[in-house]
Design a protein around this ligand. Structure first.
Ligand code: GLN
Length: 232
């Protein structure tokens, strides 16, 4: 959804530019997932309807995914994929989608749709930019990606965005998130390389990525929030 697949292209390119080959496996059903584990995984977002289908399909993989996360596998989970990490997502119609329960937190859909350009100030990743569109409001007590400068983030009240646990990142940032936030992309790749080979990453030039990031930051850091009805 919202170009989240662009994150895969970004990871592949940033590996290639360093002579690292990245084998990508798209999991369409649990049996596809190679039991040999993985070095990095991504779960994208989706509408409530798609999420209820994906939840059912992915549930057989939950034990594996939990073990990967605890073992420090790098992971990027976006919006619906982020919500799926927790205990449940209570949709607007009151139906609860049972999550993977990897971490004890929950998401509850509100009346408003949290939809805007999201800017986050992060100690670890600098100025982070992207787009958010979600009805779900997430509540957890784990480390976050950072402070919301423009937009809603986790729930529109805490002023914080995302979740950071071991080498797992949960976020409401679509865009896709990685091309304009190369420090997050490199964090995920480096943690995967370190875990597998102990290898550190050589820096890349990133002039265009940084310029794109700054352009979005400047454009939206003073914008106002608009309320949208959550029709999900
Ligand atoms: N359906 C979920 C929500 O509305 C997630 C949306 C998304 O992945 N963009 O909150």
């Amino acid at each position: 959804m919202y170009g989240d697949r662009g994150n895969i292209i970004c990871l592949k390119k940033r590996c290639e530019w360093r002579g690292i080959s990245l084998r990508i496996e798209e999991i369409k059903n649990p049996d596809d997932a190679s039991k040999s584990g993985c070095d990095l995984f991504m779960i994208g977002g989706g509408s409530d309807r798609e999420q209820s289908i994906a939840t059912e399909r992915l549930t057989p993989l939950v034990k594996e995914i939990k073990a990967w996360v605890e073992d420090g596998v790098s992971a990027l989970t976006i919006c619906g994929g982020y919500q799926f990490l927790g205990d449940y997502y209570e949709m607007k119609n009151g139906e609860k989608l049972i999550g993977m329960g990897i971490l004890p937190f929950y998401t509850k859909a509100g009346d408003d749709r949290l939809m805007t350009n999201l800017l986050v100030e992060s100690e670890q990743f600098g100025n982070v930019v992207g787009f958010e569109n979600h009805g779900g409001k997430t509540y957890h007590n784990f480390s976050t990606i950072g402070k919301v400068i423009n937009g809603y983030g986790n729930n529109g009240d805490s002023g914080e965005e995302g979740l950071h646990y071991n080498n797992l990142i949960g976020t409401y940032l679509h865009g896709p998130i990685l091309p304009k936030n190369p420090r997050i992309a490199d964090y995920l790749i480096e943690k995967a390389c370190e875990r597998k080979t102990g290898r550190k990453l050589d820096p890349l030039e990133d002039a265009m990525e940084i310029e794109a990031n700054q352009a979005v930051w400047e454009r939206f850091r003073h914008s106002k929030r608009t309320k949208y009805k959550n029709e999900a």
